[in-house]
Design a protein around this ligand. Sequence first.
Ligand SMILES: [Zn+2]
Length: 470
Amino acid sequence: MKSRNLQRMTLIAMIAAVLFQPPAAKAGTEPDILLPECDVLIDAGHGGVDGGTSHGSLLEKHINLEISKYLYEELTRRKMKAALNRTSDYALSDDNHWLGSRSRHLRDLAQRKGLADLLKPKMFVSIHTNWAAGPRDSGPYVLYNKKSEDGRSLAVSIQQNLNKLYGTEARSPVRGRTYYILNRVEQPSVIVEAGFISNPRDRSWLNSKHKQKQIAASIADGIEQFIKKTQQTKELEALAGFEDSPRKKGRPYYERRGYITWDGPRNHSKRIALTFDDGPDEKETEQILDVLQKHQVKATFFIVGKQAEKHPELVLREANEGHELANHTYSHKYFTKNITEREIRDEIEDNQKLIFSITGKMTTYFRPPAGIYNEKIVNATLKAGHRMVLWSWNQETLDWDLPGSHTIANHVVKNAKGGDIVLLHDRVTGKSQTIAALDQLIPTLKEQGYTFVTLSEMLKRSPSEGTPMK
Ligand SMILES: [Zn+2]
């Protein structure tokens, strides 16, 4: 009993340490990765009477705890604020005095959720160990809930970093439907199945301090990557003034009304639309057109006017080879808070006129820089006679970040679904990996029965429809 109290005190001390740390200084040169309260609540799965899965005398609860502790150290070292909901081997159900359930398991899970409600972390990362009936299943799986896009994005980042460690390069995170924690915790939350206790190699890893540390470091890498991604998005959203025009009108609002498109029809036809942003570029666009020609594939180019002015011959080649021309603003400037609807319309219409003057073709589809949208941007798009098309959430390749052509190709192939709108770029900073990726992914998907279509073909509107020239 004594030690139980000690454990509880330690836990409270750790939570208190997190809660009462002074908020990080906002000013200064350091990137503001520090968030005011708790960044990451680490949930060490199972504990006490609940051992989790096992192999011989090896119990999941111990593995989970060790990895969780290393993760706590790792995150703290990186100046993130972490909290751990279990610091040694005990059941959290004993701490739950508020749920009158007779099920220890349920009280335990509810307590974990309760701590998340109390701490209000930026994210919730639950550490577990997997098990399968046979010895062959191996490697990491990260589970997420469909409820939050951020949760999926966090899962993608952690999965990718664990894949590097385990050599499971192309593996994607898995959507978990029925997990108590995933369905109830408000924050972006994931379950990390760190490996299979039933697989000999995984087991030796999960049981080794050295590997546990590496696993924790990979998870921390993923968390850090996720924070960077979301901070970029938040900054852009702040620029666009989402405080004024609340993002509460999110995807369902705009999608149902047909104001913004993310996916093509999710029917049985295996059609995929490749889209390229930010070009034309003197080096990359040419090569991308060559690869598309080689594989007899038509795609859609979201053209930036300023680039089109520099390379009209490339825009003309795109048109002549049957690709679709779409609109990505004249100057590619981010739509900041103070921009007027008129200015947004000018960005779209000036670009449309320019493309028309080069090719005689009208643009119909518009994609705002960085994919930021709000009511004002949507209104301006409609008034400029365009339809806003973003991209499928499962097909954000991050090709601009140069993750490796194999990684880009794998991402598209692994996530492929009929109706996908794939986001790629024909103008990136550094040496493009998109060209080599296309050369891999196109034949692979063709073998799997996919066909490549333009946005008009996918969304069943002709390129010249509904866009009166002013
Ligand atoms: Zn862009």
